[in-house]
Design a protein around this ligand. Structure first.
Ligand SMILES: Cc1cc2nc3c(=O)[nH]c(=O)nc-3n(C[C@H](O)[C@H](O)[C@H](O)COP(=O)(O)OP(=O)(O)OC[C@H]3O[C@@H](n4cnc5c(N)ncnc54)[C@H](O)[C@@H]3O)c2cc1C
Length: 231
């Protein structure tokens, strides 16, 4: 598989007032191997990492969902202006966070950006007998990221004007979850400080083994190009 994959924008749609979905098509897309939760580097033209929301090999299409945040770096600027027909270069998918197929139950928690891979993973559990739990955080109800069609939604909490960094709102919501006894598999994604707080809660307060908690930090204040390596 080539390191740089040419694609073209097939469609752009507003998922919420602060998130855009960009559907890309390209000759290499059908051959990509995408596990639920995988991400791609997109040349915007700087390198920025986006989770794969949907991969449809038959339609040769791959969709990403980009949060439009106020600090607005190159990724946001690109997502705001990208249009049907634009050429976009991708790097092949990689996975940091993956589903644990042996888990007795699954727990998902994250902010708006974390919801993209986590809801894709949650959709992949369709038909699984293991129960699914979790909670997501958005600034306000209108920013809740819709999941895949036909999949039962998980609850959302709202931080209002509070900071999304090291979010106590999401921590409290996870602390309040009524979970089955014993560890399941947890998947945490979003702002790095929030992920750390949630991980510490599961390990130190609920006594889960560290390996049962899979974490994907996706952004942090003052860290442009988070997770993209060289810029
Ligand atoms: C594995 C992985 C998967 C990711 N998946 C997604 C995804 O599916 N969707 C998505 O939108 N992003 C995702 N991200 C984050 C994405 O890569 C970019 O970091 C993000 O879009 C910001 O890029 P930017 O160029 O606009 O800003 P940058 O130039 O990267 O950052 C400028 C500043 O903006 C602030 N900032 C960055 N992100 C946010 C935010 N969400 N809210 C508030 N302030 C912010 C920070 O203070 C930062 O210093 C993922 C990151 C990783 C590592």
């Amino acid at each position: 598989m080539r390191a740089s994959l040419p694609t073209r924008v097939r469609a752009v749609l507003d998922v919420t007032g602060h998130m855009r979905q960009i559907d890309l098509v390209g000759p290499d897309v059908p051959r990509l191997r995408c596990r639920p939760g995988a991400h791609v580097v997109v040349h915007v033209p700087q390198r920025r990492v986006y989770s794969v929301w949907r991969h449809d090999p038959r339609a040769a299409s791959l969709s990403i969902r980009v949060a439009l945040h106020d600090a607005g770096g190159p990724g946001c600027t690109w997502a705001r202006s990208v249009a049907e027909g634009d050429r976009v270069t991708l790097e092949p998918p990689r996975s940091k966070i993956t589903l644990d197929g042996t888990a007795r139950f699954h727990l998902f928690a994250g902010d708006e950006t974390g919801a993209v891979p986590l809801l894709a993973m949650r959709a992949a559990l369709r038909g699984s007998t293991a129960s699914v739990h979790g909670v997501f955080e958005a600034a306000q109800p209108a920013d809740e990221v819709p999941g895949a069609a036909g999949v039962a939604p998980l609850p959302w909490v709202h931080r209002g004007g509070a900071s999304p960094v090291a979010s106590r709102v999401l921590l409290r919501a996870v602390q309040d979850l009524d979970l089955p006894p014993g560890p399941g598999a947890a998947y945490l994604a979003g702002e790095a400080g929030t992920c750390r707080l949630l991980q510490r809660h599961l390990v130190e307060q609920r006594g889960w083994p560290r390996r049962a908690v899979r974490v994907q930090p996706q952004w942090a204040p003052g860290h442009p190009g988070f997770g993209a390596g060289r810029d």
